[in-house]
Design a protein around this ligand. Structure first.
Ligand code: NAP
Length: 334
């Protein structure tokens, strides 16, 4: 019988690629979504091995109880749901509480109602590692052993701090839960940097994409005289993030580990350079910027040696990630 995996936040960019990969490896998947409309779209897309449960609000004690009771054969839980909103207001209510309480409550539900679950993977972030001001410090080296020292008060000051705080406190809450309750499951976290790459299916390409995937899409929408987006930093492809979620529970060595996922540097200019090189027909429609001028190297550097030795797979590079995303967008818009 196939192993059944629960994926919270099944509509997300990373979750969908993870679900696609899980199904291709023969797992059954139950996803949590916020409405039946969203669930039906996924069901149609992923077929008979996928089912969904509605969990409208993450930040409610017992939110996952019923969903877990209905699936006593789930043995793996991937908690990916969390707010990823750059311009949020009411930061505590909309970002911090859903992320932090959501993580605590989901683990409590698993502990109380799903003792058969043996592995839990929480999608954390590089944001739980790097102090907010050190994002722009090339001498700062982040790794699996480092924690963002942000305080809860600092996290409330703006949406960047709120996101970094939400990921830091949610991940800490997960490790503390395990330490305190000694549940039947082993915990691993996946801590990706900025995630790019294609959607799991062409039909998921919309005018505006998820916050990070939108970088490539937004560059394709530029006119020749527009400014090139100034975003830069470290990147990983979404398909590698999906694979890391799966290996995080398949591999013994990943038990109890934080897994940092990073491939190479990126910037808006580098993405544009890749598009201009690989899609010469778009040349006249896009700005040129200053080719090669920004390589992301003024950003903090990750050291992911430990994760690479645990997970052991080759990463998809920025060029392939961008080309695959652009080809998909072009295909859908043709
Ligand atoms: P995404 O596409 O925005 O997916 C977020 C998912 O979480 C969606 O399923 C969303 O549901 C759900 N969600 C958000 N707020 C919620 C709430 N209050 N209650 C219930 N569900 C909620 O983002 P993503 O990039 O795939 O991110 C997935 C995970 O990866 C997050 O934990 C994020 O912090 C982490 N991560 C992302 C990146 C990145 O660069 N993208 C990097 C590091 C870590 P709806 O679809 O219904 O809104």
């Amino acid at each position: 019988m196939s192993t059944k995996v629960f994926v919270s936040g099944a509509t997300g960019f990373i979750a969908r690629q993870t679900i696609k990969l899980l199904l291709s490896r023969g797992y059954k998947v139950v996803g949590s979504v916020r409405s039946s409309e969203k669930g039906e779209i996924l069901k149609k897309s992923y077929g008979a091995s996928f089912s969904y449960e509605i969990v409208e609000v993450l930040e409610r004690d017992g939110a996952f109880d019923e969903a877990l009771k209905k699936h006593p054969d789930v043995t793996i839980f991937l908690h990916t749901a969390s707010p990823v909103t750059p311009f949020s207001t009411e930061l505590e209510k909309n970002v911090l509480i859903p992320a932090i309480s959501g993580t605590k409550y989901v683990l409590k539900s698993i502990y109380e109602y799903a003792p058969q679950i043996t592995r839990v993977v929480v999608t954390s972030s590089w944001a739980a590692i790097i102090p907010v001001p050190d994002r722009f410090n090339p001498k700062f080296v982040g790794s699996e052993d480092i924690w963002n020292p942000i305080t809860y008060e600092e996290a409330k000051q703006d949406s960047i701090h709120a996101y970094f705080g939400s990921k830091t406190f949610a991940e800490k809450a997960a490790w503390e839960f395990v330490e305190k309750n000694k549940p039947n499951f082993d915990l691993s976290t996946v801590n990706p940097v900025f995630v790019l790459g294609p959607q799991s299916k062409d039909e998921e390409v919309k005018d505006t994409l998820n916050v990070t995937a939108e970088l490539v899409n937004s560059i394709l929408k530029l006119n020749p005289k527009d400014e090139v987006p100034t975003l830069e930093g470290n990147f990983v492809d979404v398909r590698d993030v999906a694979l890391a979620h799966v290996l995080a529970f398949e591999k013994e060595e990943a038990k109890g580990q934080r897994l940092v996922l990073v491939t190479e540097r990126y910037s808006g200019q580098l993405v544009l350079d890749i598009i201009r090189k690989n899609f010469p027909e778009l040349g006249d429609k896009l700005p040129v910027g200053v080719p090669g001028s920004k390589d992301g190297s003024n950003f903090a550097a990750p050291n992911d040696k430990k994760t690479r030795s645990i997970l052991g797979f080759d990463r998809i590079n920025l060029e392939k990630s961008v080309v695959d995303a652009v080809e998909q967008i072009q295909r859908v818009k043709a």
